[in-house]
Design a protein around this ligand. Structure first.
Ligand code: ADP
Length: 430
């Protein structure tokens, strides 16, 4: 009975255990199926992501391939890892193998290799860089290139390549070079013209003392020949001869100084005396235009700090311009007036004429180099005058009257005073 009971109990226990195990297996089976499903889903998801990545890579490649600029990847040692067709064309490569796997330095002009290396170093240390260099293509052609480079990092942030976009800027470089050469050439021409203009001016001015010397000397000879004079009467004309010869010497010294670019010979000078000395050799030109040369000189002027010969050139040029303007003056009132007056700490010189005046549309240009309205004009006189006055610390202005007539004014500093704010204001007002 007991044995039969035990047996039944065992069967029940085993039955229960079996049922529990089967249940567990069923649960495990269910879980396994679930996991398998999850895995399949994940695989699908992965596939979708991979497809998308591939798609993106194709798209990116297509963009890079069709990019008109050269796009390339370079390793830290300069090895070209990838390059698009535009890049191949830029370096004159027929097939990618001509350049991919080789060092970029094969297409950099030797004198730019160190510079290029330095820029690569900057990019591989994390900076972006833009650099211009001379390239020597695989077929030996020289070209100027500009590269915009950035570092490329992997998922851990390590820089593994340089991404560079390079374009050919040879044409731009050539036009920059042309502009530079043009500017240098212009400066050379301007310098030559200044010298030429000065030489012409000096030759013209030298003519005056030389003819005066000849005239005085001829006068002396005539009187000596006639014999109707006392020897002391020859002293005055011979003194004139000496003065005129010294004046000619001064002019030549000035040209020498100008050519040597030496400092201007500044010394305290009497501006009225400089005006009178200019009058001597310009009066005739004014008179030839049926005009009168008037002087309105203030007797109480301070001495000015100036290179006399240079200031005489400025006044002479302005008086000559005034005389030339008289050609077009139709009024009977034909006058050129030189006026001097004291300023707070210097002197102002004014040269005024009754000519036609200066057209309002060009009045701002009269001091520009090569600006001229005359058939035979060079357009350097006023430009040189302005440089001279400004090198003396003064300023110069042109004005035109309502009813014609031009007025040129310039200032010079007194030799004993420094320029003050008040005088600068004078400069601006006039
Ligand atoms: P240039 O006498 O060779 O033309 P300047 O530099 O001395 O060169 O003068 C430039 C221009 O300024 C002249 O061509 C003229 O148009 C103008 N100009 C100068 N002075 C006068 C003046 N007194 N009256 C009218 N125009 C003048």
């Amino acid at each position: 009975m007991f044995a039969g009971g035990s047996m039944a109990y065992l069967v029940v226990v085993l039955g229960v255990a079996l049922a529990v195990s089967l249940g567990a297996v069923a649960v495990l089976n269910g879980r396994l199926r679930g996991a398998q499903n999850d895995l399949r889903d994940k695989e699908l998801e992965h596939q979708v992501v991979m497809d998308r990545l591939k798609e993106n890579e194709y798209r990116l490649r297509a963009i890079i391939e069709s990019e008109p600029e050269c796009v390339k990847l370079q390793a830290a040692d300069g090895t070209v890892l990838e390059i698009n067709p535009a890049g191949l064309r830029l370096v004159d490569a027929d097939v990618p193998q001509d350049i991919v796997g080789r060092k970029i330095y094969t297409v950099v002009a030797p004198e730019y290799i160190d510079f290029y290396r330095e820029n690569m170093r900057r990019v591989f240390s994390g900076e972006s860089a833009i650099y211009v260099f001379k390239a020597l293509t695989l077929k030996g052609k020289t070209a100027w290139m500009e590269t915009h480079a950035v570092p490329l990092r992997d998922a851990r942030g390590t820089i593994y390549a340089l991404l560079g976009i390079t374009r050919d800027i040879t044409e731009r470089k050539q036009s920059e070079e042309q502009t530079r050469r043009h500017a240098t050439e212009l400066a050379r021409v301007a310098r030559l013209s200044t010298m030429g203009e000065m030489a012409t001016g000096i030759a013209h001015e030298l003519n005056q003392p030389l003819s005066a010397i000849a005239n005085f000397a001829r006068g002396c000879i005539r009187r000596v020949r006639v014999g109707d004079m006392k020897p002391e009467e020859l002293v005055a004309p011979l003194q004139e001869v000496c003065q005129q010869a010294e004046r000619a010497g001064d002019m030549l010294r000035h040209v020498r100084n100008f050519v040597r670019k030496s400092e201007v010979a500044m010394k305290p000078s009497d501006i009225n005396q400089l005006v009178r000395s200019v009058v001597k050799f310009t009066e005739l030109e004014v008179r030839q235009q049926d005009a009168r040369l008037n002087l309105d000189l203030d007797a109480n002027l301070p001495r000015v700090q100036a290179d006399g010969i240079m200031i005489e050139q400025v006044i002479g040029n302005m008086v000559r311009n005034a005389a030339e303007a008289m050609v077009e003056a139709d009024s009977a009132d034909r006058e050129v007036t030189i006026r001097t007056r004291p300023l707070h700490s210097g002197v102002e010189v004014e040269i005024r004429d009754t000519g036609p005046g200066i057209d309002g549309s060009v009045i701002d240009q009269v001091f520009d180099q090569f600006f001229t309205t005359k058939q035979e004009g060079v357009g350097m006189g006023l430009s040189i005058s302005r440089s001279i006055i400004e090198s003396h610390g003064g300023c110069v202005r042109a004005e035109s009257g309502r009813n014609g007539g031009a007025t040129f004014r310039f200032t010079l500093q007194a030799s004993e005073q420094k320029e003050t704010k008040r005088e600068q204001a004078d400069c601006i007002r006039h």
